[in-house]
Unconditional design. Structure first.
Lengths: 218, 441
């Protein structure tokens, strides 16, 4: 078995098992914890509406708050969107989705998905430098932040290396490294902050319902 | 006609201290360090539930919450970052409660008493539990309730700042706060009677129960007078409680004890309404938290004074004289506004007074704290920090061009008056209820 076969076969399967089991473990462990029942008389009765509204609206804080966070905020959303465009709409990725899911969707022109990947890479590198130098971020950062960002950058970086054949090694090896970087991302996923992909909406919902009970828009 | 927005208030502010003379400069704990740490951990482990867990697990450490906090915005010092203030709580959660605790026990440091000592400044001096950060977080994380847990944990570890410890000790020992208690309430009632203002005290039954507060008795006696005059004018069947001023306490057990006692007093009178004085911290405690403490909702409505009277205006039960359109701004007390949802009623009263409301840039739910809420105004060493935070407020008020600030919390008023005096800032700060009482139709 060569490296590419290993990456496509056992490594990917192992990563997928860890990912699925880990995510389920962490979500179940979290949602099964006891919760205090709020017995106070609510000011606003439809807390489901309040929670759902917060899930949708929390991306847009009020002007008084937004004006101080424009770069962090916009760059955060921008790299996520760019990263997912390059993952989901880059033509060479689509046969993989077809094989894995049984269906696929049209790809975007390469210049768009590669451009998105470049934007994501540039923003992630800027943000990690910012994390290491900004006093607030330095103070609250943990090893999880650096592991997570490196593992998010690696698929992009190895993808560019493989697509452009930018290293003097065999294409299959570059492709294997790209696949292994994705395996590493999947394995790490349930252990660190990347889980926020599953948790952001529950957290926002809770906040919306909590503040809604008090009659305050979240 | 003028709406009297400049008159009244407190000329010389009294010192708000607990029975400090009887209290050691540094509270000395009679417990061992191990006991103190265990008590603090116990509070955190008991209080953190699935909702807090979801918040803690969701934080991406983006640091945006810092930009909401007046202490960070005023100083630029990273240590005031809201989520950093709960770091020990998070570590304990990760090691003891989280689904990945088996991993965190290997890689996350345990919490020590030294950590808690180091966090005292962060959660007491550097947080007024104003909740502004709760609105900023893109993940919806509610940080201030977790800072509340940190504060209670530190209190259990005998790590209250000495001024707050003195208040707690005085309250436990003498049943007074800032040296005032029942005798002072009765004396004030007599003074009001001499002025022709009837204050029914401790009636066996009443539809509406009114409380006063230690802050009012000590510094803003006009507040009780104003509420009494309005209630009398409205013809409400009311009574003032003489032995249940909002002694809500700094430690969890004392707070619960006082809430229980107060709820009993109001329930015993078959009252439909409890009006809290112009005091921030009592409001969320009784309006929302009491149900959790008691295991059931309280059997009466809880209002803050400005809310109750503002609502009466909205419903046409209270008529006010219109002024000449003076420009005023309204300071939403954090605990009544962002933590309590009271925004419209005070504004309805301002409108009925014929005043022109000039909102601050940050108002209603995004209002900046006065800088001294959550007992912070008592902490002497935090004075420079408080002043820096207050300067944000001052700037926002100045930008409105308002001739006066109205508010519904006398603790906020203390901060405005102290902060304003330090900065030689002349804008008057008035109680909305007092302005209403001065303009009854
Ligand atoms: S803003 Fe929210 S997600 Fe970002 S660091 Fe603060 S608490 Fe964490
Ligand atoms: S509650 Fe207010 S004072 Fe405390 S950290 Fe949040 S914004 Fe700052």
């Amino acid at each position: 078995m060569n490296l590419l076969e290993f990456a496509r076969g056992p490594a990917f399967n192992f990563a997928l098992i860890v990912f699925v089991f880990g995510v389920v473990w962490r979500l179940a462990g979290l949602f099964l914890q006891w919760r205090r029942r709020d017995l106070s008389k609510p000011r606003q009765h439809n807390l489901i509406v309040a929670g759902t509204r917060a899930m949708l609206m929390r991306s847009l804080p009020p002007h008084e708050l937004e004006k101080h966070i424009v770069f962090q905020h916009m760059s955060g959303y921008a790299w996520h969107i760019a990263w997912f465009i390059s993952l989901l709409f880059f033509a060479p990725h689509l046969p993989f989705f077809k094989q894995f899911l049984g269906f696929a969707w049209p790809a975007l022109p390469n210049w768009i998905s590669l451009g998105a990947g470049a934007v994501a890479l540039a923003l992630l590198l800027t943000l990690v430098i910012r994390r290491a130098t900004n006093p607030v971020l330095k103070q609250i950062s943990t090893w999880d932040d650096y592991i997570s960002v490196v593992l998010t950058i690696l698929p992009l970086a190895t993808g560019f290396l493989a697509y452009g054949r930018l290293l003097p090694i065999r294409y299959e090896t570059l492709l294997a490294l790209h696949l292994l970087s994705i395996c590493a991302l999947l394995v790490w996923y349930p252990f660190g902050k990347l889980m926020h992909l599953f948790l952001t909406f529950p957290s926002r919902f809770q906040a919306g319902a909590l503040l809604g009970r008090k009659g305050v828009e979240a | 006609m003028s709406a009297n927005i400049y008159e009244g208030g407190t000329a010389g502010l009294p010192q708000f201290r607990g029975g400090a003379s009887k209290t050691a400069e540094r509270p000395v704990s009679r417990r061992t360090d191990a006991e103190r740490l265990a008590r603090a951990k116990d509070v955190i482990l008991r209080e953190v539930d699935g909702a807090h867990a979801t918040y803690l697990e969701t934080c991406i450490r983006c640091g945006m919450c810092a930009e909401a906090c007046h202490f960070y915005r005023a100083t630029g010092e990273a240590k005031w970052t809201p989520i950093y203030k709960v770091q020990p709580l998070k570590r304990l959660y990760q090691r003891e409660l989280g689904p990945m605790r088996w991993l965190h026990r290997l890689v996350t440091k345990d919490v020590t008493l030294k950590d808690l000592e180091d966090w005292q400044e962060l959660v007491y001096d550097g947080c007024t539990e104003c909740g502004r950060c709760d609105l900023m977080c893109p993940m919806g994380i509610q940080i201030s309730p977790m800072i509340g847990i940190m504060r209670r944990a530190l209190a259990e570890a005998d790590l209250l700042p000495k001024e707050l410890a003195a208040v707690a000790e005085e309250q436990k020992r003498d049943g007074t706060v800032f040296g005032v208690g029942r005798a002072d309430i009765l004396a004030l009632v007599q003074q009001l009677a001499a002025k022709g203002i009837a204050v029914p005290v401790d009636k066996e039954r009443a539809t509406v129960v009114l409380l006063t507060s230690a802050v009012d008795l000590k510094g803003f006696q006009g507040s009780l007078e104003a509420s009494a005059r309005i209630l009398n004018r409205m013809g409400v069947d009311w009574t003032l409680l003489s032995h249940s001023i909002e002694l809500l306490g700094t430690g969890e057990s004392l707070r619960e004890l006082n809430v229980r006692r107060l709820v009993d007093e109001v329930t015993r009178r078959d009252a439909a309404v409890l009006i809290l004085p112009e005091c921030g911290h009592a409001y969320p405690a009784l309006r929302f938290d009491s149900a959790h403490m008691l295991g059931e909702p309280v059997p009466f409505e809880v209002y803050s004074a400005a809310e109750y009277f503002g609502k009466a205006v909205q419903e046409g039960r209270l008529k006010l004289r219109k002024g000449a359109g003076e420009k005023v701004t309204y300071h939403d007390p954090c605990k009544v506004g962002r933590h309590g949802g009271v925004f419209d009623e005070p504004r309805a009263a301002i409108k009925a007074l014929g005043l022109e409301l000039k909102e601050m840039e940050s108002h209603a739910r995004t209002n900046y704290c006065c800088g001294g809420g959550g007992g912070q105004f008592l902490i002497e060493r935090a004075k420079p920090l408080r002043q820096r935070a207050f300067e944000i407020k001052m700037r926002e008020v100045d930008d409105t061009g308002a001739q006066a600030v109205l508010t519904g919390c006398n603790s906020c008023r203390i901060n405005y008056l102290n902060g304003g005096a330090n900065a030689n800032w002349k804008t008057p700060v008035r109680s909305l209820v007092e302005v209403m009482a001065a303009n009854l139709e």
